[in-house]
Structures are given as structure tokens and as C-alpha cells.
Ligand binder design. Structure first.
Ligand code: C2E
Ligand code: CA
Ligand code: CA
Length: 513
């Protein structure tokens, strides 16, 4: 018998649906489900179909009642929500949620197949600079273009996901040869190193960018989803620390370092409250007058069980965790209190330099907090110098300029630390009214062994003087270096040759009595 439902169908596709429904009804007398059919306007729609069989006593034959509901729009919204919940809008790649789901599935399979599964974590190097200098629309175009290049470097069976702002992750399942992961990582790095040409309404931009990649392998490193992600992330940080634009494997020692950092971070949280920090002062000598009228404040941590921990070890950790703000406030208050005491008791011309890292500088409130504290203790800003690194000047934005202005208005001088190691832009020194610059110790170290460093130091001093900037040489360790800097007309010298950083009382005994 011909299918009585066929009168509802407009084409072969509809017939398939109704054929299925009719077959179902022959067994069960009722149907509930979704069918595709064709609308009068020719569009395919999805309908909810419910069919029931009725018995008519008069006619003793069966009638069927069918109720249709058009659910096309509902389905479209559902699909859209599913897409939004699982995929990144910008690149169309799976997002972090779906990445984790895929990884869980692949790990399960991998345990059965006994092959290797590799997780790659990819993080763009200095992506923020692109957003800051070229604008967010170009940043977005760049991310989409990068996603495409990454996808070209992997197999169809691999998963590429965007798991954060400038972070991507890749799952390479079923690897027979683990070194395939390395080849893919290399290819991605190479693919990214070719310039991107991107255009928005205003202009066309050529952008060069790189990324750092971390690699973790299952089952070697771990079979656990959370661990694999964590390990690939740690390996990526190692690649960043090694100089970026490279990949790095996860190793056990990396995990140990991470655990050590975690423990240290916990201790750091208690260090201020338990008064484990101490501020040391390193003298800076005026080469013209031979007077010590300036010192740099340098923080020291006396850890209750690990002993003395140098700032190189804990300042980066404090920056990552945001604790640097509280630590920085403590340093400022100590240094300002000492400056007040020294100027009132020993030398009213004395100045103390305080280090301020970029994380601190970018904090909204720290500048005002510091200036409020000066008012509170009634100390003139003339007694203080803030040491910043060159990067701050290169960011070249109004908010930075406003903060620098606030310091200047209070009489606080601005010094550029580690000069010569970054971009060393002399035009920025002038634009931001820099008062002092400190030639980095790596130049002073090789003042005698590397002709180019001597020439550079000489040029920095001469140019700084033309711009009215005072020059301090850092890391002076020998009489020979000291004498040469004197010859080069350098203004100030700081280093072990004069003295190591000292406790406040020792400093007073040596330089004020
Ligand atoms: P920096 O600002 O470049 O400080 C100079 C570093 O060189 C100090 O290391 C100092 O002890 C060391 N130094 C001084 N003279 C010589 C020398 O003749 N030879 C050699 N080899 N080294 C010399 P320190 O105290 O270990 O501090 C390391 C870094 O930690 C500092 O580098 C600074 O960036 C950071 N830091 C220290 N205290 C603070 C602080 O209170 N706040 C912030 N944000 N950073 C700080
Ligand atoms: Ca410094
Ligand atoms: Ca320095």
C-alpha cells in the first residue's frame, strides 16, 4: 500500500522521513519525533511530529491524528548556543571547554591503544604590544590569521583550540613517533615567523610575531587530564624564559621548580606580616665631589627556614601573583622613612632611589598611595628617586605620562634602570623628562674587555649630558673601572667597589659618622 503520509511530502527527502514514520507506526501505532520536511517557500524545516491512532466505533477502521510543530527556529537557536558554548567566535576553533572534553575522550582512547598523545600549549610572545600599538581590531585579525596557519601545520585528526586571549592548545592523538610533535612545533614556529599582512579600514599593517610552545606527553608525563594541561603550560613558561620563539618539553625538574615556587609563594604571603623583609641601602658616590649623597634601596628576604633569598628569586614571583604591590608599598614606606631620618639627621641633600617594576607602575592606586604617604610623614619628594625600566617609556601612553607627571610635581626624580639592555631610545629620555639614567652593569663589566662596550658607555654619557641627564654607572667592582668612568666624565658610581648593599645602621656608621 502506498504510504498515506506521502501526501504531506514535497520531494524525495520528505518521502524518506515519512517512510520512516510509517514503518514505525506499523509496529507501534504511535510516533513521536522530529522530521525534515519542505515548506511551501521551498526551505527545509524541522518539525516535531506526533501521530496517534484512533479507533472509530462507527466505521470500525483506524484513523490517525498527526500534530506538527515547526521547531526550525528553536533548533537554530539551540545550535547557535551549542556553537557559542563550545567554539571561539573569532577563530571558529574549539574553546577551552570543548578542548578539555576532546582531551578527555582522546586520553581514554589512548589508554586502550597504548600509543602516545601529545598536548601542545602555545602562547603568543608580546601579543599585548600588537593590541596596544595597532589596535584591537588588528589584534583580532591577527589571531584569526594565526589560527589558520596553525591549522595548516597539523593533521585532520588533530585538534587545535583557542583556550584564552592569545593562547592556543593542540591535541596530537595516536602518535607512533613522538618526535612528530617536535616537527609540528618547529613547523608552527616557522609558519608564524613569516610576516602577517593585515588591513582594516584605516591602513594595512605588516606584523611580525612569534610564540612559545610547551609540550607534554601522555602517558610519559602523566595520564591525567589536569596534569597534562598544567605540565604543557609549565613547559610553555620555560620556553618563554629561555628567550621565547621556541618550544620546550616538560621535565620532572620543571615540576619540582613549580612546586618550589608554589611553596615560596605561600611563604611570601606571610613575609610582610611576619617582618621577614629588610631594606638594604647601597651607596652611590658622586664622582665630582666624592660624597655619598645618594643610595639605592634594595629589598632582602630572611626566610625563616630557607635563609636568605635574593630579590631575583622572589620579585618575579611577587609580580606574577600581584603581591609586589603590597611589598612595594612596604619598601616605599621604609625608604621614605629612612630618607626623612637621614635628611633630618645627617645630610639634607640626601636622595634614596626606589625600584618600581612595570607591574607596580601599571597599578592604578600605587602612585597616589605613595604620594599620600609622603604628605603623611611630611617628606619632600626631592629626597626620592623612582627607578623604572625603559619599557615603561616605550609604552608611550597618556596614563603613563600622567603618572610620571604626578611624581615630577612632587619633586620626585625619574631614573631609568638597566639602561642599554633594552631599546635605549634617547628620544624617549627627552620626551619623558628623565632625570637620571643607570648604565647597566653588563657594560661596566666589560669596560676593559670589549671595546664596543667602552665606546657605548662613552657615547651614552656624552649624549645624556647633552640632554641634561645625570649618569650613574652600576656594578662597578674594580679600581680600574672606577678610574675609567671618572675619565669618561660619568657623574655617579654604584657597585661593590664602593660597598655592597648595607643594613641601615651599617650604612649610617660607614657614611655618616
Ligand atoms: P637592580 O635594580 O639592577 O639592582 C642592582 C643589583 O645589582 C642589586 O642586586 C645589587 O645588589 C647588585 N649590585 C650592586 N653592585 C654590584 C656589583 O658591583 N656587582 C654585581 N655583580 N652586582 C651588584 P639585588 O639587590 O640582588 O637586586 C636584584 C634586582 O631585584 C634589582 O636589580 C631590582 O630589579 C630588584 N629589586 C630589588 N629590590 C627591589 C624592590 O624593592 N622593588 C622592586 N620592584 N625590585 C627590587
Ligand atoms: Ca635599580
Ligand atoms: Ca640596575
Amino acid at each position: 500500500m502506498d504510504n498515506p503520509l506521502f501526501f504531506l511530502s514535497a520531494n524525495a527527502q520528505d518521502k524518506d522521513s515519512y517512510h520512516y514514520v510509517w514503518q514505525h507506526l506499523s509496529n507501534t501505532k504511535a510516533f513521536k519525533g522530529e522530521v525534515f520536511s519542505t515548506h511551501k517557500n521551498g526551505e527545509t524545516i524541522i518539525q516535531n511530529l506526533s501521530v496517534k491512532s484512533l479507533k472509530s466505533s462507527d466505521l470500525d477502521s483506524q484513523y490517525k491524528v498527526a500534530i506538527f510543530t515547526d521547531i526550525t527556529e528553536k533548533k537554530r537557536i539551540e545550535a547557535q548556543l551549542l556553537q557559542q558554548a563550545n567554539f571561539d567566535e573569532l577563530t571558529n576553533l574549539p574553546n577551552r571547554r570543548l578542548f578539555k572534553e576532546y582531551l578527555a575522550l582522546e586520553l581514554n582512547k589512548n589508554n586502550r591503544d597504548k600509543t602516545s598523545l601529545v598536548v601542545l600549549f602555545l602562547d603568543l610572545d608580546h601579543f599585548k604590544d600588537v593590541n596596544d600599538t595597532r589596535g584591537h581590531d588588528i589584534g583580532d585579525l591577527l589571531l584569526a590569521a594565526i589560527a589558520k596557519r596553525i591549522q595548516h601545520c597539523v593533521r585532520n585528526s588533530d585538534t587545535v583550540a583557542r583556550i584564552g586571549g592569545d593562547e592556543f592548545a593542540i591535541i596530537l592523538p595516536n602518535l607512533v613517533h613522538k618526535n612528530k610533535a617536535e616537527i609540528i612545533a618547529e613547523n608552527i614556529l616557522l609558519a608564524l615567523n613569516k610576516p602577517f599582512i593585515l588591513a582594516n579600514n584605516h591602513a594595512s599593517h605588516q606584523i611580525v610575531i612569534s610564540m612559545s610552545i610547551g609540550i607534554a606527553i601522555a602517558p610519559e608525563d602523566s595520564n591525567n587530564l589536569a596534569d597534562l594541561i598544567k605540565f604543557a603550560d609549565q613547559a610553555m613558561y620555560k620556553a618563554k624564559n629561555n628567550g621565547r620563539n621556541q618550544f620546550c618539553y616538560f621535565t620532572k625538574s620543571m615540576q619540582e621548580t613549580a612546586l618550589y615556587k608554589q611553596a615560596l609563594l605561600k611563604d611570601l604571603q606571610h613575609a610582610i606580616k611576619h617582618q621577614e623583609f629588610e631594606l638594604y641601602y647601597q651607596p652611590i658616590i658622586n664622582l665630582k665631589t666624592k660624597a655619598v649623597d645618594h643610595a639605592e634601596a634594595l629589598i632582602r628576604w630572611h626566610h625563616p627556614t630557607l635563609g636568605f633569598i635574593t630579590p631575583d628569586k622572589f620579585i618575579p614571583l611577587a609580580e606574577e601573583s600581584g603581591l609586589i604591590l603590597a611589598i612595594g608599598n612596604w619598601v616605599f614606606e621604609q625608604a621614605a622613612t629612612t630618607a626623612k631620618y637621614w635628611t633630618e639627621n645627617f645630610n639634607d641633600n640626601f636622595k634614596i632611589s626606589i625600584n618600581k617594576s612595570p607591574v607596580q607602575f601599571h597599578s592604578k592606586s600605587q602612585t597616589t598611595q605613595w604620594l599620600d604617604y609622603l604628605k603623611q610623614i611630611n617628606l619632600s619628594g626631592k629626597q626620592l628617586i623612582i627607578e623604572l625600566t625603559e619599557g615603561i617609556l616605550l609604552e608611550n601612553n597618556n596614563s603613563n605620562m600622567n603618572k610620571l607627571d604626578k611624581y615630577r610635581q612632587c619633586g620626585i626624580a625619574l631614573s631609568i634602570d638597566d639602561f642599554g639592555t633594552g631599546y635605549s631610545s634617547l628620544s624617549y629620555l627627552q620626551k619623558f623628562h628623565v632625570d637620571l639614567l643607570k648604565i647597566d652593569k653588563c657594560f661596566i663589566n666589560s669596560l676593559y674587555t670589549k671595546k664596543s662596550d667602552l665606546i657605548l658607555s662613552e657615547a651614552i654619557i656624552a649624549m645624556a649630558h647633552k640632554l641634561g641627564i645625570i649618569v650613574i654607572a652600576e656594578g662597578v667592582e674594580t679600581q680600574k673601572q672606577y678610574a675609567r668612568l671618572e675619565q669618561l666624565n660619568c657623574d655617579y658610581v654604584q657597585g661593590y667597589f664602593i660597598a655592597k648593599p648595607l643594613k641601615q645602621k651599617d650604612f649610617e656608621q660607614l657614611f655618616f659618622k
